[in-house]
Design a protein around this ligand. Structure first.
Ligand code: DAH
Length: 415
C-alpha cells in the first residue's frame, strides 16, 4: 500500500525496515480514512515490474482485499456513492484504471490473464456493490418506518399529578366559610420577637403562661456576621401575634383570619407535634358584642361539621381575652350521646358527648393599649383553632403525625 505512489504493495516486494515502519504508520491512517485507491492501477504492469502471469494473481488479490475492506466500512448512502464512483467510475474508477493501464497496454503473454483477473474482479465488485446498495436501502427504509411508526394500541402516558395536602384543603374549607361572612385572610412571620408573641398579647416576661408556650429561640446572623441577641427571636408559638401586627397596620373595623404554622417544644405523639397549624381569628369594631362572637363561632362550626352539631362554651383563661372561653362541639362520632356502637362508651369523647375544639374570647382591653386602639370605643373577639385537630376530627384521622410523614398511601386518600 503506497502512500506516495511509488510502491505497489505487491506480495513479496522487498522493503527496508525503515520504509516498512513508515508504511506501518500510514497503514493506520489508511484504514481509518479509507482512501479508495492506492494507485497501483494507475501504473502500467511494466512499471509495476510484472512480467509473468503468475505475478498477477497476487496483484488482483491485493486489490480485491482492498475492495472488501473498504466496502465493509460503507454504511450510508453518501459513503456508498463515493465508494461506487471510486471503484466503478468511468473516468477515474479503479476498474477503469486497470482496463486502461494494465489491460490495454498488456503484452500478449499477460493480456489473457489480466482480462480474466479483471472480469473476476468486476463480477465480484458488481455483486458486492449491488448487495450493499440493497442493504443500505432496506436499512434506511426500515429506519424511516421505525421512526414514523405510531402504535395506537399503546396505553397513554399517565402523569402522576399531586393533590393539595389535606391541611391545605381544610384551610380552604375554613377560609371559604369565613370569607363568606366578611373576613379576609392575612399572614405573618413564623420567626417572631417575644414582643409580638408574648408582651403585646398581655403576657409579660415572667407570666406563668409562658411556661407552656416557651418555644424554640433562634439566633439569626446578618450578612455582616452580626448575631442577634440571645432570646430576641423565636419560632412563634401561636398565630396570635398576627392580631397585633394587623391592628398596628389597620384601623377598625378589622375582620381577619390568619392561617399558619406554629411551633412548640412538644414531643411528637398521636396528638402532639413540634410544628402544627392554627387559624387565628380577630374581629374588632365599635359595637361587637359577646352575641356576635358566639353567633359567628356557631355559624362556622355548623358550616364545617354539619348543621346537626351543637356547640357550647366553657369559661377558660387566656391573657389576651376577657372573658375567655373554650368552645366544644357535640361529639361528631357518637352524635353527642357519649356511647358508641352496642352501647359501649364512645372512645372519642370518652363518654362526655362533647369534644373540645378551640380557645377564644373577647379581646382583653389591655391588648388595645399595645396597638393604640381606644379601648373605650372598640370591642371585639378572637379565636385560635388548631387546623390539624379540626382536620383529624372531620376526616377521622387518629394520628397527627400522618400529616407530616408524606406517605403517599395517606395523601392519596384525599385527592
Ligand atoms: N393562641 C392560643 C393558643 O395557641 C389560642 C387562642 C385562644 C387564640 C384564645 C385566641 C384566643 O385568639 O382568643 O393556645
Amino acid at each position: 500500500m503506497s502512500i506516495d505512489g511509488s510502491g505497489s504493495g505487491l506480495a513479496g516486494a522487498a522493503f527496508s525496515s525503515k520504509t516498512r515502519s513508515t508504511l506501518c504508520a500510514f497503514d493506520v491512517f489508511y484504514f481509518s480514512n479509507m482512501p479508495t485507491t492506492d494507485g497501483s492501477q494507475e501504473k502500467t504492469l511494466a512499471a509495476l515490474g510484472v512480467t509473468q502471469p503468475e505475478q498477477l494473481t497476487a496483484l488482483f488479490q491485493e486489490i480485491r482485499a482492498r475492495f472488501d475492506a473498504e466496502i465493509a466500512a460503507v454504511h450510508d448512502e453518501a459513503a456508498f456513492k463515493k465508494f461506487r464512483d471510486a471503484w466503478l467510475g468511468r473516468k477515474s474508477g479503479v476498474l477503469s484504471g486497470i482496463t486502461d493501464n494494465w489491460l490495454k497496454p498488456a503484452t500478449p503473454e499477460l493480456k489473457r490473464a489480466v482480462g480474466a483477473g479483471l472480469n473476476e474482479l468486476r463480477a465480484h465488485a458488481d455483486s458486492q456493490i449491488e448487495a450493499r446498495r440493497a442493504a443500505i436501502e432496506s436499512g434506511a427504509d426500515e429506519f424511516a418506518v421505525a421512526k414514523e411508526r405510531v402504535d395506537l394500541s399503546l396505553p397513554g402516558v399517565v402523569r402522576a399529578i399531586g393533590s393539595r395536602h389535606l391541611i391545605r384543603q381544610v384551610f380552604q374549607e375554613i377560609e371559604d366559610i369565613f370569607v363568606s361572612i366578611g373576613f379576609s385572610v392575612v399572614e405573618g412571620p413564623e420567626i417572631e420577637t417575644p414582643y409580638y408573641n408574648f408582651e403585646a398579647l398581655n403576657i409579660p416576661e415572667f407570666h406563668p403562661v409562658r411556661d407552656d408556650m416557651d418555644t424554640f429561640y433562634v439566633e439569626a446572623q446578618s450578612a455582616g456576621g452580626a448575631k442577634t441577641a440571645p432570646g430576641s427571636l423565636l419560632l412563634r408559638t401561636h398565630t396570635s401575634p398576627v392580631q397585633i401586627r394587623t391592628m398596628e397596620k389597620r384601623q377598625p373595623p378589622v375582620r381577619v383570619i390568619v392561617p399558619g404554622k406554629v411551633y412548640r417544644r412538644d414531643n411528637p405523639d398521636a396528638t402532639h407535634s413540634f410544628m402544627f397549624h392554627q387559624i387565628e381569628g380577630l374581629a374588632v369594631d365599635t359595637d361587637i358584642t359577646f352575641c356576635d362572637f358566639t353567633g359567628t363561632i356557631e355559624y362556622f362550626v355548623k358550616q364545617y361539621f354539619g348543621p346537626g352539631v351543637k356547640t357550647r362554651f366553657r369559661p377558660s383563661y387566656f391573657p389576651f381575652t376577657e372573658p375567655s372561653v373554650e368552645f366544644d362541639v357535640s361529639c361528631i362520632f357518637c352524635g353527642g350521646s357519649g356511647s358508641g356502637a352496642n352501647g359501649a362508651t364512645c372512645g372519642k369523647c370518652k363518654g362526655a358527648g362533647w369534644i373540645e375544639l378551640f380557645g377564644a374570647g373577647m379581646v382583653d382591653p389591655a391588648v388595645y393599649g399595645f396597638v393604640s386602639y381606644d379601648a373605650k370605643k372598640v370591642s371585639g373577639f378572637a379565636f385560635g383553632m388548631g387546623m390539624d385537630r379540626l382536620a383529624m376530627l372531620k376526616y377521622g384521622i387518629d394520628d397527627i403525625q400522618a400529616f407530616f410523614q408524606n406517605d403517599v398511601r395517606f395523601l392519596k386518600q384525599f385527592p
